[in-house]
Write a protein that binds this ligand. Structure first.
Ligand code: SF4
Length: 288
């Protein structure tokens, strides 16, 4: 089978930094044990399982916030994931006398700081993001008056405010979905200040998928079901190339039913997918 890898793909600098932070803690006995990960360090089960096998305790409690997860930790070191947390989480870690390592991506930090600055100047904040995603959770915990906008409908229904408005967004939001949302906000609030903060890694991976060679029988996106940027790559490929597109977690998901009749396939991967997992998928496809 002919395989066309899409470039760029795979690990972004924020994910590399987060993984390095956990490795550093593992190799440095100076960090009090046990080591806890406050959620999936990055949204990839293989990465998480690797750290679990090395003794890191990963707190994955979908019904609990980061703040609530801390209730079960009484000693050791807490590692904050690439998605970031609000200051309340850091304060609780310190109140409990725990050590922490902050693996928040610098692009996520940038949005936190923008929001804090505009809040301090009296702005109403609109945040375009996905509910219940850890990055959104961290942002919403900055201030209870931040309004979450998930889609155009939310933007249309948002209550009027006399305050000046500042708009920003989740770093891994879809470059195509954000445009119509911002358009609605601009129509309703022409003077709103808008800082579109999709990170560069997300943007160039999404653009590469949209501009990929359309003469393929199948597009495969390698990544975890929980990875927002992986799921956005699938959506964008389907919407803008009309090429049949599927997500696989690893080569184990490649089956005869999926590949039957496929002669040419393009392959990309989410920003949190390990290079070896994608390389294995490409190897299996080439030998198919
Ligand atoms: S996808 Fe962007 S924001 Fe998320 S960790 Fe990577 S570089 Fe940071």
């Amino acid at each position: 089978m002919k395989v066309i890898p899409i470039t760029p793909r795979g690990y972004c600098p924020g994910v590399v930094n987060a993984i390095n932070s956990v490795n550093k803690a593992l190799s440095d006995p100076g960090y009090p044990r046990p080591l806890y990960l406050l959620g999936m360090i990055v949204h990839n089960q293989f990465v998480v399982d690797h750290f679990k096998a090395n003794g890191v305790i990963v707190l994955e409690q979908p019904n609990k916030t980061r703040l609530q997860m801390l209730d079960s930790i009484h000693q050791g070191t807490v590692i904050i994931t690439a998605h970031g947390v609000g200051d309340v989480v850091i304060e609780k870690i310190l109140d409990k006398g725990l050590t922490y390592i902050d693996a928040t991506c610098k692009d996520v930090y940038k949005t936190h700081n923008l929001i804090k600055n505009y809040l301090a100047s009296g702005y109403q904040i609109l945040y375009i993001g996905k509910a219940f995603h850890p990055e959104t959770e961290g942002i919403l915990s900055i201030d209870k008056n931040i309004v979450l906008i998930e889609n155009e409908r939310d933007a249309r229904l948002m209550e009027k405010t006399v305050k000046p408005i500042f708009v920003t967004n989740q770093t891994t939001f879809s470059i195509c979905e954000i445009e119509p949302i911002i358009k609605v906000i601009k129509q309703r609030h022409p003077y709103a200040i808008i800082a579109e903060e999709i990170c560069n890694s997300t943007r160039i991976r999404q653009e590469a998928v949209i501009n990929q060679n359309k003469n393929v029988d199948l597009c495969i996106v390698v990544g975890d079901i929980h990875s927002n940027n992986t799921n956005n790559l699938v959506k964008l490929s389907r919407q803008y190339t009309h090429v049949k597109t599927v997500r696989v977690s690893s080569a184990l998901d490649l089956n005869l039913e999926l590949l039957n009749g496929v002669k040419t396939v393009s392959v990309t991967s989410g920003a949190s997918t390990p290079t070896e997992i994608t390389a294995e998928v490409i190897r299996v496809l080439e030998n198919f």
